[in-house]
Design a protein around this ligand. Sequence first.
Ligand code: ADP
Ligand code: LRH
Length: 492
Amino acid sequence: PSRADFIAVDLGASSGRVLLGGFDGERWALRELHRFPNEPVRLAGSLHWNVLTLWAEVQRALAAYARERRAPVMGIGVDTWGVDFGLLDRRDHLLGVPYHYRDARTDGQMERVWTTLPKATLYARTGLQFMQINTLYQLCSMRGDPQLEVAETLLMMPDLFHFWLSGEKRGEYTVASTSQLLDARTRTWAPDLLSALGLPSHLLPPLVPPGTVLGTLRASVAAETRLPAATPVIAPAAHDTASAVAATAGLDEGAFISSGTWSLVGAEVPEPVLSARALERDFTNEGGVGGTIRLLKNVAGLWLLEACKRQWEREGAALSWPALLEAAVAAPPFRSFVNPGAETFLSPDGMPEAIRAFCRRSGQPEPGSVGEIVRCCLESLALKYRTVLDDLEALTGRRFRVVRIVGGGSQNALLNQFTADACARPVVAGPVEATALGNLTVQAVACGLLPDLEAGRKAVAASAELRTFEPKHTDAWEAALARFKSLSGTSP
Ligand code: ADP
Ligand code: LRH
């Protein structure tokens, strides 16, 4: 059968990758064209994304593909992490260097906003979890910044890359839904929230749904990469989590965990859940493909270990992920737990020390060795997943028979097993590249090669190798759960 090729650009907080997806009508054949680290840069005391390097790497990957290309690609689509953005002036030039959501300028901003827009009002309108990283609080922290005075357009990170590729300035709906500037019910921008806070409300670009053909490559990009200028640029579900969940099958009876730098733990629902309980438990309602909503909680996931790993590398101990997990297996179980969501872990100077300090403060033994720290983080994450799953069942009145873990973190067999144990139900792990597959799926639907999302999910399931982990030692994990819940600062 003939094969249709698409390119997915998937920029994550820890790495970027460009994948070629070949679709034969039933299955995807994936090939990684390029992978590169995404390293934040500290500049004059602030934390930024190196967007020029990311852009250069994307162009490099496209050029490498063009050199060996046999058939033209039917589409290129970009997805990235949520909440961050770039500002353009009236000539469409990028203003400044986009900030990283872990930059400290948003410290204290949520509390300031709530004096004007109370929490309950904001939640009823946007349905979003309260996190200081949200676009809304980032914009508030820029009040009085000259950049904001001359800005004409705000583009969320994937929209910025789509603009650089195609020249079209649009706001893709799923990534817009991470901003806390979108009305959860009407699913359109809520510019009055910006006005209420004394911020410019004209910045928000026209919204488009996932699967919109934005245009074709800019002449300059075609010249630089040598791809045909007629190559379509198609907005996928431009929020990486939306793409990952678009590639996850079996969500009628399963909860999902999209596991990367963050762990997004949730369920797919038809309408936003904006109840008092959802607000109290601080759940988020993000927009998905085909009108679906992801009711989920952002759990500060493998970020804790990524930050430890970076620190250990700086200290001269270069340990691979498999080596870190081996060390954790050898460490004693259930010694100490942390609350991954505690504020202290958002952007600490030294993550291993922040973990030890948390344990000290909560009267637990301090993890000393690498293995002890990794074990502490993984057990804590699995227990956190369990508490979120319990809340999710209470909020939806549904019972989730399995937990489906997708993304880079689904390669962590130890965490998969711990999750099955802590949640007392099977875990199905994979695909690792769910996000890229979801990106490709939405492009293929847009081109009419797949009838709808359900068919797309079936094609992904037929293409991927999945692993099942059955729950073990559930009594010991129940006892650990009780200790975890009694830790100060673990709720909600
Ligand atoms: P992001 O999109 O946020 O950059 P990814 O989906 O790429 O995240 O996942 C990154 C995570 O995948 C890392 O934090 C790491 O924990 C995990 N990971 C990567 N490679 C391996 C591996 N070989 N074994 C276990 N875990 C891995
Ligand atoms: C995961 C993710 C998550 C956002 C965070 C900023 O990569 O997109 O859904 O909340 O990054």
